[in-house]
Design a protein around this ligand. Sequence first.
Ligand SMILES: [Zn+2]
Length: 460
Amino acid sequence: MNQLYNPVFISKVLKGYLFDIDRLWKINENELQKYRDKQFRKMVNFAYTVPLYRDLYKKAGVHPNEIKGLKDITKLPVVSKDELKKYYPNGLISSRINKNKLIEVSTSGTTGRSLSIYVDLHDVVMGLFGYIRMLREYGINWRRDRMTIIGDFSPHTVESGYINRGLFSKMQNSFLFKNMQWLDTNDKPENLIEKINSFKPDFLGGYVGMLGHIALLKEKGHGKDINPRVIGSTGSVLDDTLRKFIREAFDAQLFETYASTEAGPIAFQCKKGGYHVLSDYIHLEIIEGGEHVLHGEPGHVAVTKLYGVGTPIIRYTAMNDIVAPLSEKCTCGLSGELIKKVYGRDILSLYLSGGKVLLPSSITQIFSRILYELKTNKVIDLQVIQHSFKKIEIRVVIDEKLRNKGPSIEKIFLIIKNGFQEKVGPDAEIIIKEVEKIDKKLPRIVTKVDKNEFKIKRYV
Ligand SMILES: [Zn+2]
């Protein structure tokens, strides 16, 4: 039997990692820095046993001996998605690690370009502990409180890698997971709310869009027994109005988490509103125009994961996220770095005249108005296609069952049109079309503007 699927082994490993949950509370900045440097050296040495990194580092003329700590990180080249793809599958695995001990996971298809990497049990456990740590901040006790997690269980996502493929079904019986309900975000909101209602969780975690849909159903009188104390959102950026809408629908605390398939949990908002990087897990670089951004301004993320024996993630740029760092301290006393804001993926952005980039956070803002202003769930899918600086097409899928209920389709289209016009400017043409369905595999935001010719002046 693969030890990954052995519940006794898993329980042992989990217990061995319990200290990790509390690390950021227990150690000071100095100790944290030392720990991070040590882990980083370890990861770089380990990466040198992985063909992808070995080749990259040799080509760049750099050897792990030269890396004493995170201050030396810029000696290493960044790693792109194309490079990871080129070395898939065996070039992504250390010669020291037996492939059978690893789980293959893929990044989600929302960007239309999926990528496979390998994770191991330590990644899974550390990932979970990252979340448990966030929950603790909000007074949720993972041994006692009931938790509902709405994950993405379409084949090959990280969640299904962890859960469907045997690992979690065994772990379910271990001391950690008896209070957990796992649901699939690809299920319909009406079905999900029934299941959540019968489980009565203290904590509800899910993707922003689905939480919005469930909040609307709750507001309309469904899910009477759903009264979580805390809600955690993930997947995309939560704008202020949607945040308020969800919080009020459930009368619960709400915090945002920032995570990715490649890097696991990255950051979360504390009760004081500080957006904390899990600095013992992750090193974040924010890069714009080849320089590190240190404070306030948005830039591209390069992420380095400080643990795991799956595919190393070192100076990885292909998450394509835009994030603004914050060089301040939070009053909550948690060690580690802070970020100011997560803006979303730049490949899901639109490129406007005058060097403006419309980020996904702004696009979500437009669409979330359908939920909280028009109070309707009838838009079930959307796709934005930018044909040129002056022409943007929006495809909308309407739920047949709800077509004649609530606000008219015209009203919905108008709110989308006005929303885009406000952001893009009055002279752009905004076309809105109803379509029957949008292929699940297609990216939801597409731009045909040539990015290489585009000079970024500002993000909106
Ligand atoms: Zn804080």
